[in-house]
Design a binder for this molecule. Sequence first.
Ligand SMILES: Nc1ncnc2c1ncn2[C@@H]1O[C@H](COP(=O)(O)OP(=O)(O)O)[C@@H](O)[C@H]1O
Ligand SMILES: [Mg+2]
Length: 446
Amino acid sequence: MTSPLMEVGEARPSLLGSSLNDLLRHWLPRQRWYAGSGRPIAEVSTASATVLTAECLHLLVRVKESVDRDETYYQLILGAAVDPPPRLWPHVLGQVDGPDGRSLVVYDAVHDHRIAALLLDRIRMGGAHGTLRFESLPRTSIPEGLTPRVLDVEQTNTSIVYGDRLILKLFRRIQQGVNPDLEVPIRLARWGYPWVPAPQAWFFATEPFLGTLGTVQPFLTGATDGWTLALNSASTQGDFIEQASSLGRTTGELHAALAQAFPTTQPAGRHLPCLAAEMAHRLKRTVETVPALRTHASAIQQIFANAAAAPSELCLQRIHGDFHLGQVLWADGSWHVVDFEGEPSQPLPERRSDRSPMRDVVGMLRSFDYAAHMGGTPRPQWAERCRAAFCAGYSSAGGFEPAGVPALLRAYEADRAVYEVLYEATHRPDWITVPLKAVARLAAAR
Ligand SMILES: Nc1ncnc2c1ncn2[C@@H]1O[C@H](COP(=O)(O)OP(=O)(O)O)[C@@H](O)[C@H]1O
Ligand SMILES: [Mg+2]
């Protein structure tokens, strides 16, 4: 192969080395999927590399922000060209010396149509390629010649849409093990649950560990995400009751399907006191960072103490894990659920563990509250109506009635709001009043 990446007879791409690592050290923290703290990166190194095409490298890079922090792995697909076309300029990392002494421009190749198309071709072929392995469901046929485009939405990962038929989600932050965003939808589809676009093909790394890198699913054409719809409705004082109720039903059915498609766990005797202690600990830490929370701390502590003494926890099961209006899509008169990855900042075993379905319920309830506050004039009553409709829809699907276990509902919701306070304090200080108001409301309620 004649390649700007490789010298003839060399096994290791000459692109790899300290100058590429220097470029990455500066480029990575500017990417919206980068999960670091904002501090400069101390160390970047290559954990695995596979030449995908003559001008394109697949990389897993190991990033260490500082000596006292854990290392994190990111998936990169980098192109190298002497003179890339202008449409790729916004995605350039910088320049390195090529094997023949010429300068090479390195860029994020997910934005290169040719390389995105080649990647789907590689997935279609299946089998092993360097440190990568490509697999698909039996009898899957991935169409040829689909035009790729990178999805332009606020994302934790990077998705490429092919001809409005397929969507390839490339996970950016990679951990060892099966990503629940592959495991859960496949199992649900096999079980017969219809409201999750099921992966048809996927690929994973074999070095430096086994880890899911990407999934290909059907693309829901004409879909609008729940956040956009809800924000629109809240800001125009529209009626979202039907949609909220239907979303509750879909969620109840999702939990019922998850409880059947995966094993479940009966909570241990000390489960609730331990959970309440964990929530109390989070509250204490958050109060240290956000003193405004202090006035409500003892009332919220009481909510956690009430949960510790509640008659019982719900059966623990696999859940969505990061459930909010941005993770549901309205298409063809139905809700569809996407993104079963959980919270990427948590370790994979934690994200794959059995947890209370109440976590998902309060995730969505809090999301209605956010939509009611972020569309301009706050509409607390709009949120209240949506929340009631969602809970009614949820229990109509045969699950528990959230208001029927009030001590748990309040504790999980308060814990979620406390988590949001800390998140907003760190990332979006302008929005901290939204969860702070929720904490105040929960603290004041009898
Ligand atoms: N199957 C799909 N069909 C249509 N759009 C999708 C599909 N899957 C994801 N999307 C769009 O991509 C966005 C991000 O997808 P998601 O799986 O949530 O990725 P991330 O983990 O990066 O948040 C969704 O909010 C939705 O707009
Ligand atoms: Mg998402």
